[in-house]
Design a protein around this ligand. Structure first.
Ligand SMILES: Cc1cc2nc3c(=O)[nH]c(=O)nc-3n(C[C@H](O)[C@H](O)[C@H](O)COP(=O)(O)OP(=O)(O)OC[C@H]3O[C@@H](n4cnc5c(N)ncnc54)[C@H](O)[C@@H]3O)c2cc1C
Ligand code: FES
Length: 250
């Protein structure tokens, strides 16, 4: 873990509820896609954990949804402002299991960490399923496509792409005879549970799932994010947020 100050270079709306922020700063603590940062905001005791969407030589991109006071205040920050940020948090995704044909499944604000992952897996024949509630909420499809990924969009109301959930898009692929070597996912817990049942238990594909547990410290000290797994208790901020399908207990 590293603590440092990052300077905002861009902070703009992507959709009615989702914002993109770019910042420059020391990225040397960031080791893997799927890791997160923890942002200190003025007047708030607890930092706000946000996944790393992209990391380049001199800075990072994050994408955040406006949910409560903290994220609302983040929308008012302008280029040049400095943020106190902890980087290099969490284990991140393990790329070594990807195989030749990995499947990436993201829903809502679970999509950002899959972007850096897709960039790292650009040499593979990868497919990305992105789930949204409706067409207004769609973001980053072009960016994934520019990485060379095959992108399939699912919207719950059917306003774009496959009508239904990410698991409905997955079922269509399976019905077309598609197979995958491994899967990676991040999204709201009901989506993760459905992916676990349909992709791991039913279709027999092993994978790695990233959880968004509420956090206290964010770096392993307070046990506030401890969760039961088949391999004992794990801290989502330290031994997670990525857990393997084989160890998950619902
Ligand atoms: C590992 C990890 C990665 C995340 N990545 C992203 C991301 O890339 N984009 C994004 O939009 N959101 C992400 N989240 C969720 C994000 O942390 C919360 O939406 C955010 O903290 C809400 O803050 P708030 O002040 O607006 O809301 P408030 O409800 O006012 O927050 C009150 C407290 O609850 C915590 N909290 C509220 N909702 C969540 C939540 N869903 N998960 C964890 N803590 C929460 C806040 O951190 C804060 O301490 C991630 C969460 C985790 C744990
Ligand atoms: S949030 Fe403190 S141990 Fe995970």
């Amino acid at each position: 873990m590293k603590q440092g100050f990052f300077t905002i270079t861009e902070n703009r709306k992507l959709t009615p509820t989702t914002w993109l922020m770019r910042m420059t700063g020391d990225v040397s603590g960031i080791k893997a896609p799927g890791q997160f940062i923890n942002i200190k905001l003025d007047g708030h005791f607890l930092r706000r954990p946000i996944s790393i969407c992209d990391a380049r030589r001199d800075g990072i991109t994050i994408i955040y949804k406006v949910l409560g006071h903290g994220t609302e205040e983040m929308t008012c920050l302008t280029p040049g402002a400095e943020l106190d940020v902890l980087t290099g948090l969490g284990n991140g995704y393990d790329l070594s299991d990807a195989g030749e044909k990995p499947l990436l499944i993201g829903g809502g604000v679970g999509i950002p960490p899959l972007y850096l992952l897709a960039r790292c897996l650009a040499e593979t024949d990868n497919t990305v399923i992105l789930g949204f509630n409706n067409a207004d909420e769609i973001y980053y499809v072009d960016e994934f496509e520019k990485l060379g990924a095959r992108v399939i969009v699912a919207t719950a109301d059917g306003s774009r792409g496959v009508r239904g959930f990410v698991t409905d898009a997955f079922r269509e692929l399976v019905n077309q005879g598609e197979t995958f070597t491994h899967f990676y996912t991040c999204g709201p817990e009901p989506m993760l549970k459905a992916v676990y049942e349909k992709v791991y238990e039913k279709a027999g594909i092993s994978g790695q799932m990233s959880f968004e547990e509420r956090m206290g410290c964010g770096f392993g000290a307070c046990m506030g994010c401890s969760t039961k797994t088949k391999n004992g208790n794990k801290r989502i901020c330290k031994e997670g947020p990525v857990l393997r399908t084989e160890e998950i207990l619902w």
